[in-house]
Ligand binder design. Structure first.
Ligand code: PLP
Length: 474
């Protein structure tokens, strides 16, 4: 057990460690080099029967856990999409953990409910969403998308599935592009329509959904006895950040009265910049919209912003009121337990409030704009390079490319796989890969809070040098 005076002393030491860690994070290998099982083997099979001193625990944290950590906050982290953090967010998380509130209903922490209402309103304004959109914070985009599709299912069936369950004859269908994130298919499985009824629409050369094919697929399915219920449009696909054409898709949804959900998990952050608002032309035809401040908006994982046009439909889908949750507030309040899946909710609004106030909208815009401009500059260098190839348009901060020296085209996938392995093994950078029209490509996402143009330059030089060295030694 930790006594109050011990807590004060140890917490100060931890804060020093945290500050040192973040200042020195570049010195760690970005991707953890440990082999599978290496951490597990060091952990006793049975829990301790007697309590252990915090010094021992902290020593084990440093000895056992730290080598198995991949350093997401490193400025040389260019993998996946970021999960960037920042000092204001981290400080708020310290307060959140200290309060230990459970924010399921207004009464269990009125400030949490009302702050959430206000910051989501701010966020909607910051992204340029229409005034009628109302927001709620979820843990992840996967959860928010599931909520969107569950609501769409209930709207399509006049809430019959909520009442009676799926009877087997519904033949409901959801549409998205072949580049859509796997969370859409997962939602299809969870919500009971089956992944085969998540229809993947072909994409154009920029890897964005062909709206005409969407229209044709929906019309054909209607004739074949299916019930189209929703379309998911992606603004910034996971593989290459392609942007589906929202106005055309909204038009199709309008014609067929389908729920339109927008997944802008990563690239939604770019809407902070007026010059990217072209992405949400057609937003008036959208029913729900999700983006992740925990990806590229300097807010610790987890924090997903989910917006809906019609809150009543959302709440009707999820509301449930057992006796033990009945409260008698004095006025009109928001009980967010009915706005999503879990009853219990973390106090996530605090970190968002801290981030928005500490950076200011202008501060956020400057950082995001910088990331995009560095990615654009890198794309140009790749295009100009004889032995590298840009593999997809790079509208935001993600650059997809491959090494393509003169020679056997059939070995390019293997060559690039080996290049990625060598880069990541070095510990100096961490990148990930995708396949674009079947070809293996490296993905470099420039969105870490402490990344500078020098980090990007150093990484690009290192990529070129590593590739050249592989040529010499092969
Ligand atoms: N949608 C897109 C476009 C994504 O890129 C991702 C994750 O990278 C997700 C959804 C899932 O996000 P989350 O981990 O918040 O569920």
């Amino acid at each position: 057990m930790v006594s109050p005076p011990e807590f004060r002393k140890i917490a100060h030491e931890f804060v020093d460690w945290m500050a040192d860690y973040l200042e020195q994070v570049e010195q760690y290998p970005v991707k953890s080099p440990v082999t599978p099982g290496a951490i597990l083997r060091q952990l006793p099979e049975h829990p301790p029967s007697a309590g252990e001193p915090m010094e021992t625990l902290f020593a084990d944290f440093q000895r056992i856990i730290m080598p198995g950590i991949t350093h997401w906050q490193s400025p040389n982290f260019f993998a996946y999409f970021n999960a960037n953090s920042s000092y204001p967010s981290l400080l708020a998380e310290m307060l959140t953990a200290t309060l230990g509130t459970q924010c399921m209903i207004w009464e269990t922490s009125p400030a949490a409910a009302e702050l959430e209402e206000r910051v989501m309103d701010w966020l909607g304004q910051m992204l340029g969403l229409p005034a009628g959109f109302v927001g709620v914070i979820h843990d992840t985009a996967s959860t928010a998308t599931l909520c969107a599709l569950l609501t769409a299912r209930e709207v399509a069936t006049q809430f019959a599935v909520n009442r009676e369950g799926l009877t087997g004859g519904e033949k409901l269908r959801v549409y998205c592009s072949e580049e859509t994130h796997s969370s859409i298919e997962k939602a299809g499985k969870i919500m009971g329509i089956g992944k085969e009824n998540v229809v993947k629409i072909a994409t154009d050369p920029s890897l964005a959904m062909y709206a005409a094919r969407l229209r044709a697929a929906i019309a054909q399915d209607g004739e074949d006895g299916f019930i189209p219920m929703a379309v998911v449009a992606t603004l910034g696909t996971t593989s290459t950040t392609a942007v589906d054409p929202l106005p055309e898709i909204a038009d199709v949804c309008g014609t067929h009265k389908l729920w339109l959900h927008v997944d802008a998990a990563h690239a939604g952050t770019a809407l902070l910049l007026p010059e990217f608002r072209w992405m949400i032309e057609g937003i008036s035809g959208v029913d729900s919209f999700v983006f992740n401040p925990h990806k590229w908006m300097f807010t610790n994982f987890d924090c997903t912003a989910y917006f809906v046009k019609n809150v009543e439909l959302l709440v009707r889908t999820f509301e449930i009121l057992p006796e033990y949750l009945k409260t008698n507030p004095l006025g009109d309040v928001k009980n967010y337990r009915d706005w999503g899946i879990p009853l219990g909710r973390r106090f996530r609004a605090l970190k968002l409030w801290f981030v928005i106030r500490s950076f200011g909208v202008r501060g956020l815009q400057e950082k995001v704009r910088s990331h995009i401009s560095w990615a654009q500059a890198l794309s140009k260098e790749i295009i100009a390079h004889d032995a590298f190839e840009l593999m997809a348009p790079a509208p935001f901060n993600l650059v997809c490319f491959r090494y393509r020296p003169a020679g056997d085209e059939n070995t390019l996938d293997d060559l690039n796989q080996r290049l990625l392995t060598n880069l990541n093994k070095s510990g100096k950078v961490y990148l990930t890969h995708t396949r674009i029209r079947g070809c293996y490509a490296l993905r470099m996402c420039i969105g870490q809070t402490s990344t500078t143009p020098e980090h990007v330059k150093k990484a690009w030089n290192f990529i070129q040098a590593t590739a050249a060295e592989m040529e010499l030694t092969s």
